[in-house]
Structure formats: C-alpha cells, structure tokens
Design a protein around this ligand. Structure first.
Ligand SMILES: [Zn+2]
Length: 425
C-alpha cells in the first residue's frame, strides 16, 4: 500500500459548484482519501506544497477525436496510412493530456481500431494519454457526412458507410467486436457536405433504432451527429445516449431533450465552428467562405439553443471537434471560454461541464469528475484561480500538477517526503 501524495495548503475547487475552500488533500491508492480543512499529518506521504494554488478535477474532453490531425478536409484523414495514423493518434493523446484533459469521451476514430489500440496502451500504462472511451468511425449512410467516395473514385475520411437496417446492425457489431466503447452514428448531414446538408435528416428512424438496440444489447453507448431538428428528435426517440450539436433544435426538440435529461448528454462541439469563422484564414478558409457554408448561422443557432439547454438543466459536454488544422489538439480548453462567452454559462458552471458532467459521461464504474473523498484522483493543480479567469487553463504552464488515478504525470512544483528524507542535523 502506497503512502500516497499529500497536497498541502491547496485551494480546492471541487467541481460541485461550491465555492473553493482551503484544505489539505491526501491521495492514496488512486483515489482521494481525505480532504481536510485542518492540517493533515501524514508522515509518509510525498508532500506537494500547493501554496494556495487551485486543486481541481482533471478536465474531460467530451467530443474527442484523438486520431484527427491537422485536417483541412475530411479526406486528409483517409489519406494517412494506418501505421503513421497510430503514431499520430498516440502523439495527440499525449498532447491532450498535457493540456490538462485527464479523460476523453471519443466522438469518433478516423479508422476502426485507432482509439481502441491507443485506449488499451493508455490503460496498460505504456503511453501517456487521457482515460479514453474509444469510438469507432462514424457510421453513415451513402451520401451522408463521412461518405467521401464518388462513382469514379474510392476515398475515405472518418466514415463507415452502411445502408439499411441489416448493414447498420452489422457495422455496429463490427465496431463492438473490434473493441469500441461507444458507437457513433451520423443522423443528420452537415453544412459542408454535399448532398447531405446540416438541415437534412438522412439516416432513417429504423436505421437509428437498429444501431441503438444493437449497441445497447452489448451494453455499449451510442453517440450521434445531429444538427437538423428532426435528427435530434429521432435520436431522443430511439434512445441515443449522447447527442452532439443540436443547433437547429426547435421548441419540440428542446422539450424532448429536457424530458430525457436524466438519461442523455448533449454537446455543441463549438470550437470547430467558431474557429472556422474567425481563425481559419491562414489555411485559405476565409470568414466569407465560412459564412457561405452557413457557419455564422450555425453559431447563432447554437448560442440560443445552448442558452436554453443550460436554463433547462440538460447536461452539456465541453469538447469542440479539436483535430482539424485550425482547431489543433491541445487547445481544447478554449471550449470552456466559449461556454462563458457564447452560451451564457457562469465560469463555475462552464468548468463543471468540463469536470463533473464529463465525469458522468465517462461512467465506466468510476467516480470521476469531482475532488471528493472516494473519487478517482484525476486532479490538476493550477497556478491561479480558473473561476476568476477560465482562460488560465488554456496555458499549460499554469498546470503545475497533472495527476491521473493518483499517479503524478506532471509535477512542476517538486515534492518532499516528510520525515523519511529528513537528514538529521
Ligand atoms: Zn466530431
């Protein structure tokens, strides 16, 4: 039994929404063993002098694509050979952990087994990366988001094309056979997809139902891409667990999401939309290009929909489709700022989406996402107060300690071992 790690004199922001408080926190055997507002005398623990820095839960990326890398178009991902793609995904996993994300809920892997092998290596302690719920490619219908093939040319990106109930059932089972934790389906199109635009619901109700029933029969989760309001309603009706985007949700769809709020999670994945509008110019994708695709309207719709989902208490995940060229891996914490600036979340609320709510979606039988006795010790020690300025988390030099399951992945503060290493005078 390890003597553990003691954070001495931390300011604990625990992820519940309560105000931060001064405390000592003892971590033992991968979990938070004790939180005390008075001094913990633990002679044998390695002690980190927190000096008032903020001890908070590790961040959870709720829409991760660890295998997406510097893509300017979807086919860029199909063009990466599998050998290179494993290494790229491995490097991205480290980059995301370095940015303070100790967990990631995948919203798709560009090739079937990329997330799976990286998850397995991370779990085995062989490579650094966030605790990962692995996804497969995005199961999509012919002509849907992720089908890049044309009559004259086979091309791939992150899609796995399946048409009809039988093919959807088989694609779902193949993903599960190969080890994914959550199956991704594309119910609506997207604004940059010809012919399936974002306002179109192209996967049939029977197909969605078949994917969900199949995945649930193996106790796997389903997440979906759903922009059009009908696609959101279809997802709720068919029992999808995580419903991404939802930007065109009408009043009826909002009511359905609210009625299902104890069961579902949603996520705007707004980072990609925001940066496509305002920061993609160096890649030759101008603001005017983005507006021609309707991304300005998508952003406006998202603002009103997520302000409303916040008001209705629906669980919203932080995560922004990072991995395209202008939303690089490792900048994921910007989404927390977007929740504040675009959707009207208070800083503490936005941080809870990135910690407590993310911990809930990760599930996995762990208690994750809070600094609480008995919870898994995925922790950050942050120089400064992220509730006063959520942007602090965007600069990894402010992340003095990154701890995963009680193990110090990063420690920029040094540690002392009380008593044991004291040299007699
Ligand atoms: Zn995505």
């Amino acid at each position: 039994m390890s003597a553990g790690t003691l954070f001495r004199g931390a300011t604990v922001w625990d992820g519940t929404g309560a105000d931060a408080f001064a405390a000592d926190v003892l971590v033992k055997n991968g979990r938070v063993a004790r939180i005390s507002k008075s001094r913990i005398a633990e002679r044998d623990a390695e002690t980190i002098d927190a000096g008032g820095a903020t001890l908070m839960p590790g961040l959870v990326e709720g829409h991760a694509h660890l295998s997406f890398h510097k893509a300017t178009r979807n086919t860029d991902l199909g063009d990466i050979p599998p050998e290179e793609h494993v290494l790229v995904t491995m490097h991205n996993a480290k980059t995301v952990l370095d940015a303070g994300f100790t967990s990631a809920y995948s919203a798709a892997s560009a090739k079937l087994r990329l997330d799976v092998v990286i998850r397995n290596e991370i779990n085995a302690g062989l490579i650094p990366g966030p605790r990962l719920r692995a996804a497969g490619p995005e199961i999509t219908v012919t002509g849907g988001l992720g089908d890049e093939t044309r009559q004259h040319q086979e091309r791939s990106s992150f899609g796995m094309v399946a048409d009809g109930v039988d093919a959807i059932v088989r694609a779902t089972r193949v993903c599960i056979r190969e080890g994914v934790d959550n199956v991704k389906i594309n119910i609506s199109g997207d604004d940059f997809v010809t012919p399936a635009r974002g306002d179109l619901t192209v996967m049939s109700e029977a197909e969605v139902k078949a994917a969900v029933e199949t995945a649930h029969s193996y106790r796997r989760r389903v997440s979906c891409h759903a922009r059009a309001t009908e696609s959101v309603k279809r997802a709720v009706r068919c029992g999808v667990d995580v419903i991404y985007h939802c930007d065109a949700a009408d009043e009826e769809a909002l009511d359905m999401l609210e009625a299902a709020k104890d069961r579902i999670f949603v996520g705007p994945a707004i980072g990609l939309i925001y940066n496509s509008l305002y920061e993609a110019d160096p890649w030759g994708f101008t603001h005017a290009d983005a507006c021609r695709l309707g991304l300005d309207k998508c952003l406006e719709r998202s603002r009103s929909v997520y302000a409303e989902l916040r008001r209705r208490g629906v669980r919203v995940l932080v995560g922004g489709d990072y991995g395209f060229a202008w939303v690089p891996q490792g900048t994921n914490a910007r989404d927390i700022e977007h929740f504040v600036n675009l959707f009207g979340y208070g800083p503490s609320e936005a941080l809870q989406c990135a910690t407590r709510v993310g911990g809930e979606v990760m599930g996995m039988g762990h208690e994750l996402g809070l600094v609480r006795e008995g919870y898994v010790a995925d922790l950050l020690l942050v120089d400064g107060d992220p509730v006063a300025d959520v942007r602090l988390l965007q600069d990894k030099t402010n992340l003095h300690v990154i701890m995963q399951q009680g193990a110090l992945y990063k420690n920029a503060r040094g540690k002392t071992r009380a008593k044991r290493e004291t040299v007699p005078a």
